[in-house]
Design a protein around this ligand. Structure first.
Ligand code: KIV
Ligand code: ZN
Length: 388
C-alpha cells in the first residue's frame, strides 16, 4: 500500500487572515461541514486565543465535526495553549498547533528574544500542550529563512518533548521548489529522532510557487502532510491551494505514489462556498476550480475532445464536481462541435446542406459575438428554418 498524504486545511485560520476575508461563526460552520464532506484529515478551525469570536467558532466546530481532526493554532505560551485546549475540549479528535519563529530576523526584530530563549520556549510549549492531547504540531515560523543548525536543534528537542507533527513554514513565500524540498530532506536526515514525527509543509504564494514548493516538500523532502486552503485563500498572495495539490496527487499518482482520503467530487462545491462567503471571486483560468478549467474554445481542441476526451483533458470535470466539461462555441469552433451542440439541443436539420448553411450563419455571428450561447443557436436555426 502507498504512503498516505495528510491534508491539513487552514481556510478557517490562515485563509481568514486574508484582508477582507473574515467570516462569521455560522459561515465558518458551513465551511467546516463542507471540509468534512471533502474528507480533509485536519481542519484548523482558528486561533482560539486571538479573540472570543474565534474561540467560540472553534468550540462549536469541535462539537459538530466528527470525521476530521479539529485543530487550533496557539503561540508558544501557556495562555494560548490553554485557550486552544479549552476550545477543543469537545472534539472527538483534537490537535494543538503551537508555533514560534526561528529565523534570526524574526527572533531578533519581532520577538526580541535570543535563540536560547526561543529554544527553551519551544520545548516548554510542546511539553505543556502534551498535557491536553497526544496530537501536538509544532511549527518553526519563517522556517525557510532559518539557520539549519538551529532548526535541527529546536526540532530534535520538540520531538523529544512529544511533538507528533513538525511543520516547516515558508511563511513569506521565499522558497523555490528544489531548495525547499531539499531543506525538508536535509532536516529529516539530520534530526536524529525525525521518524517519530510526521513532517509537514506550509507554503505561501508570494512568488506564485506555493503549490510547487509544497509538492517538492513532499516528493523531494518526504513530507507527509500538506497545509493548504480552498482556492489558495490566505494572507497577501495566499496559501497553497488544496484543490491543486489534491488533483496533482491524483492525476500524477504515477509519480507521487501517495494515497489521499479526499473525496474530490466535493472540490467545486467547497470552492464555490468559500468564494461566495468571502466574496473573493475565483479567476476563470484558475486550475481545477476556475470556470474555464474544463472549457474548450479552439476548434482543434473541441474536435479532439469530441473524438477522445484524453486528447486535451488530463482530468475529468466530473471528478472534481463540475457537471461536465464545457465546449464553448465561438469563432474558433469547428463544424463538428457545432453539429454536436445541435444534437444536444435536440435540433434535427433535414440535410447536410441545412447544417452547412446554419454553420455559416453561426460563423458570421461568432465574428461579432465572443461566446455563442444555446439561445443564440436556437434563434439562428429557427431563422434558418423560417427562410425555407
Ligand atoms: O505562515 C506561517 O508561518 C504560519 C504559521 C503560524 C504556521 O501560518
Ligand atoms: Zn501561514
Amino acid at each position: 500500500m502507498a504512503d498516505k498524504l495528510i491534508i491539513f486545511d487552514t481556510t478557517l485560520r490562515d485563509g481568514e487572515q486574508s484582508p477582507g476575508a473574515s467570516m462569521t461563526k455560522d459561515e465558518k460552520i458551513r465551511i467546516a461541514k463542507q471540509l468534512e464532506r471533502l474528507k480533509v484529515d485536519v481542519i484548523e478551525a482558528g486561533f482560539a486565543a486571538a479573540s472570543p469570536g474565534d474561540f467560540d467558532s472553534i468550540k462549536t466546530i469541535a462539537g459538530i465535526i466528527k470525521d476530521s481532526t479539529i485543530c487550533s493554532l496557539s503561540r508558544a505560551n501557556d495562555r494560548d495553549i490553554s485557550r486552544a485546549a479549552e476550545a477543543l475540549a469537545a472534539a472527538e479528535r483534537k490537535r494543538i498547533h503551537t508555533f514560534i519563529a526561528t529565523s534570526a530576523l524574526h527572533m531578533e526584530k519581532k520577538l526580541r528574544m535570543t535563540p536560547d530563549q526561543v529554544f527553551e520556549q519551544a520545548k516548554l510549549a510542546v511539553r505543556f500542550a502534551r498535557k491536553f492531547t497526544d496530537d501536538v504540531e509544532f511549527s518553526t515560523e519563517d522556517g525557510s529563512r532559518s539557520d539549519i543548525d538551529f532548526l535541527c536543534k529546536v526540532i530534535e528537542a520538540v520531538i523529544a518533548e512529544g511533538a507528533t507533527t513538525i511543520n516547516i513554514p515558508d511563511t513569506v513565500g521565499y522558497g523555490v521548489p528544489e531548495l525547499y524540498g531539499h531543506l525538508i530532506k536535509t532536516l529529516r536526515e539530520r534530526v536524529p529522532n525525525s521518524d517519530k514525527a510526521v513532517w509537514s509543509v506550509h507554503c505561501h504564494n508570494d512568488l506564485g510557487m506555493a503549490v510547487a514548493n509544497s509538492l517538492a516538500g513532499v516528493y523531494i523532502g518526504g513530507a507527509r502532510q500538506v497545509e493548504c486552503t480552498i482556492n489558495g485563500l490566505g494572507e497577501r498572495a495566499g496559501n497553497t491551494a488544496l484543490e491543486e495539490v489534491v488533483m496533482a496527487m491524483r492525476t500524477r499518482k504515477d509519480h507521487f505514489k501517495l494515497d489521499l482520503n479526499i473525496d474530490t467530487s466535493q472540490i467545486v462545491a467547497a470552492s464555490k462556498l468559500v468564494s461566495q462567503i468571502t466574496g473573493f471571486a475565483v479567476q476563470p483560468n484558475k486550475a481545477v476550480v476556475g470556470a474555464n478549467a474544463f472549457a474548450h474554445a479552439s476548434g482543434i481542441h473541441q474536435d479532439g475532445v469530441l473524438k477522445a476526451r484524453d486528447t486535451y483533458e488530463i482530468m475529468r470535470a466530473e471528478d472534481v464536481g463540475w457537471t461536465a466539461n464545457k465546449i464553448v462555441l465561438g469563432k474558433l469552433s469547428g463544424r463538428n462541435a457545432f453539429k454536436q451542440r445541435l444534437e444536444e439541443l435536440g435540433i434535427e436539420l433535414e440535410s447536410e446542406t441545412e447544417v452547412n448553411a446554419a454553420f455559416a450563419r453561426f460563423k458570421e455571428l461568432a465574428d461579432r459575438k465572443a461566446e455563442i450561447f444555446d439561445e443564440d443557436i436556437i434563434a439562428l436555426v429557427s431563422d434558418e428554418q423560417q427562410s425555407h
